[in-house]
Design a protein around this ligand. Sequence first.
Ligand code: ZN
Length: 328
Amino acid sequence: MTPASAKIPVTVIGGFLGAGKTTFVNHLLATGTARTAVLVNDFGEVNVDMSLIASHDGDTMTLTNGCICCSIGTSFIDTMCRVLDAPVPYERIVIEASGVGDPWKIAEIALIEPALRLDQVIVIADGSRIVQLAGDARVGDTVRSQFDRCDIVLLNKIDLVDADGLAAARAAVQGLRPELRIVETARGAMPALAQLETGPSLSGFRVDSPSLDGTDHGAQFSSWCYRRDGAFDRAALADALADMPPQLLRLKGSCRLSGQDGRTIFQMVEKVWSVSPDTVDDIDHGSDIVLVGVGTADLPAAAMLDAILDRALVVEPVLSFTPYPAET
Ligand SMILES: [Zn+2]
């Protein structure tokens, strides 16, 4: 039997769409020293989160083709084999679950693989939205089940709520499992992994095979990918986003904005969106604009969503149509 010390510790990070998982993964990589394999599962067809993860002393690997918690397919197994067979062994594995996934089901992999040791299952909750999300008729079941067997909750984005809002958010999480340890966090105020060490896993639940219980997040949620060459006009983009249907829960990716050099990271959680200069991404996505959306199963057809965003594209002047000789 492999001694416990020789096993690679696995940390699984879960949390609903837009909670701040990727921000926390980057924080762990910036504050830790272990050579880390980061496995990122994005629900959409393009793994946007992978390109948002900063370079580190280790490797970042992508797990695509849907939610791995309910379809542990060859992509996940192949990636795990690569991690375990690496010529220079990894000292830690961090798995970022998809925003709709159940992090515990991923953690179960670590429990059955003798070379791995489950360290922690950390679920991140958006402090400004958890009350609403946990009670939401469409997504509440998915949101609440993510907390069922985690060890620690990071109640994130507490800088966005007042004292009453924070108390309500804490109560919403505590209401799911009163014994849960809650650590309050915000961007720029996150704990290192060592500060979260709790000793034995709280859940104390062990299995000898992954419990694929028939959950199919691919049937409960849908994704959409928008790809275009060109650039968005910022004001027109704001108008277009305001017209996005309520079924769209999350939209993120990389784009270009008219009048700005370089790529821009785009993030939207429900109707709140932001753009920031892309300082990490050196991956060629094949198009100037690649955005991945995740919504409920009744998300309108891709063509309709495409048409809304197409209104925000800058129309480049076509010089060959100019009736007068172009100035040189
Ligand atoms: Zn799943």
